[in-house]
Design a protein around this ligand. Structure first.
Ligand code: GSH
Length: 220
């Protein structure tokens, strides 16, 4: 059976978790606390970069959430989570990449930086720019790829679920807000939504991981 190394609070792991549930793929969950067990030799042989998520399927190890999603889509094609039409596929890919490269790092900045710092304000402005772009990508469709759920909705919906918890109101973006509520009604999403308590734990883990990275930088 497919093995899924994860932590329920990691947004990247949650992208994969939701895809597994949406596709109804059977899997064995392997929980890592991210409190040091990702640095144990056993896990480092699976992922030398000590990150979740990782899957091992039929002897194949795949790291990096977006690579895992592509693998799952090809290996388990039903229900399809990527459109075949060129323009829709381009939109789905853009949304996945913009969310990963432009949105998530700024969401993390909102967690690290103090509310008065210029970096915090810059992050908020950048997030607004991303939300405007995503509104444009969504248009009048139910989901980013049209009327069916796609990997873009899974990636963007998972990463954006932190925003209301960080005081960024989606109600300023009515179409995105409706789309987000649509996602949250899905069974797979209700099963995996992050509680406020879990979010607070996630923030603490992030701060710890950042401190470790900064200490490494100082020693180098
Ligand atoms: N680019 C990777 C990033 C994965 C990642 O950053 N995972 C974090 C949790 S969100 C992690 O496992 N951190 C543990 C560590 O850095 O030791 C992906 O998309 O899978």
């Amino acid at each position: 059976m497919l093995k899924f190394y994860y932590n329920p609070r990691s947004p990247m792991a949650r992208r994969v978790w939701r895809t597994l549930l949406e596709k109804e793929i059977q899997f064995e969950p392997i929980l890592l606390s991210l409190d040091g067990d990702q640095l144990q030799t056993e896990f480092l042989t699976i992922n030398p970069f000590h990150h979740v998520p990782v899957i091992v399927d039929d002897g194949l190890r795949v790291i990096e959430s977006l690579a895992i999603l592509d693998y799952l889509e090809t290996k388990y094609p039903s229900p399809a989570l990527l459109p075949r039409e060129a323009q829709r596929l381009a939109t789905v890919r853009m949304v996945q990449m913009v969310t990963s490269n432009e949105l998530l790092p700024k969401v993390i900045s909102l967690i690290y930086e103090s509310e008065e710092s210029p970096k915090f304000l810059q992050a908020k402005e950048h997030i607004d720019k991303v939300l405007e772009f995503l509104t444009e990508c969504l248009g009048n469709s139910s989901y980013f790829g049209g009327e069916q759920l796609t990997l873009a909705d899974i990636v963007a919906g998972t990463d954006m679920s932190f925003l209301p918890k960080l005081g960024v109101k989606l109600s300023h973006y009515p179409k995105l807000n409706d789309w987000f509520e649509r996602l949250m009604q899905r069974e797979a999403w209700q099963k995996t939504e992050l509680s406020t308590e879990d979010f607070e734990k996630f923030k603490r883990v992030l701060v710890k991981l950042r401190r470790r990275e900064m200490n490494r930088g100082n020693k180098a």
